[in-house]
Write a new protein. Structure first.
Length: 82
């Protein structure tokens, strides 16, 4: 959290499974701040495994690590299919 706030990135690629706090919670906390980065969540699990947690997090999108590429990252940022 501190690093993201200090660096103030425009975009943040954020793993869902973090030590001590979930990526969903980080996305919720950072997403509500002024000048918040566009957040794309990633996980080794499929989006279906997380149900509504993804949409409730405020993240711009979600990509499974098996599908992670520049194309899917760009599509998630643009709100396209993932």
């Amino acid at each position: 959290m501190r690093v993201a706030r200090d660096l103030a990135p425009d975009v943040l690629l954020l793993d869902v499974q973090l030590p001590g706090i979930s990526g969903f919670e980080v996305a919720r906390l950072l997403g509500g701040a002024p000048g918040a980065p566009a957040i794309v969540l990633i996980s080794s699990r499929d989006a279906a495994d997380y149900g509504r947690q993804i949409s409730r997090s405020g993240a711009r999108g979600f990509i499974s690590k098996a599908e992670l590429s520049a194309r899917t990252f760009r599509a998630a940022l643009e709100g396209g299919p993932r």
